[in-house]
Design a protein around this ligand. Structure first.
Ligand SMILES: [Zn+2]
Length: 190
């Protein structure tokens, strides 16, 4: 599977924002099903802003189970998490992980690892963990009016506003994996 865009020969994840998309507004987001912080929409225009996810595409990927890299469905596929997030106790449900990075196809996770130097470094250092995800669910962060005001000039906060920011994937069941597993299994399925 291929990324929707490449830049200088490097695959650009579906959820990455581009320099032509920098302006924010508050609008209804169909993925969060509420008012939300929204970016301009101009994927592929200007330069990719690696490390800065596009608000709507980040929520879309997580809410609709799309791959972070290629933007295609993850339904009935092996799902892989590449995340800095650590497991935390979650009451009766045991350990859970709350991450802002959308999940990936196994092959797309391998492609990301091959092309992204910072990811490669973080996996080697153990600060990014590779996980095969068996059960997960979706959450949306609700942002304070003050925060929304800093992003959207002229935004008039109302006390009843509950403006969504990013989506979060909550991992409920997973298996810890390593780079060798990721790269080996990806080769098995060209
Ligand atoms: Zn993919």
């Amino acid at each position: 599977m291929m990324a929707a865009h490449t830049y200088g020969g490097v695959p650009v994840p579906y959820t990455v924002s581009w320099s032509a998309e920098e302006a924010f507004r508050v609008d209804r987001c169909p993925h969060a099903n509420r008012m939300a912080i929204c970016h301009e929409v101009a994927p592929g225009q200007g330069k990719p802003q690696f490390g800065k996810p596009h608000s709507q595409r980040q929520r879309e990927a997580i809410a609709d189970d799309l791959c972070d890299l290629c933007g295609r469905t993850l339904r009935n596929k092996t799902k892989v998490s590449l995340s800095h997030a650590r497991p935390r106790a979650n009451g009766a449900e045991g350990l859970a992980i709350l991450q802002v990075e959308p999940l990936l196809h196994r092959q797309c996770a391998a492609t990301s690892l091959r092309h992204c130097p910072s990811l490669k470094r973080d996996v080697a250092a153990g600060t990014v963990v590779i996980r095969q995800v068996n059960r997960h669910r979706v959450q949306f962060a609700i942002m304070s009016s003050e925060y929304v005001g800093t992003l959207v000039p002229g935004y008039q906060a109302k006390s009843e506003d509950r403006i969504a920011g990013h989506a979060k994937v909550e991992l409920l069941r997973w298996v810890d994996r390593d780079a060798a597993w990721l790269l080996r299994t990806a080769e098995d399925r060209p």
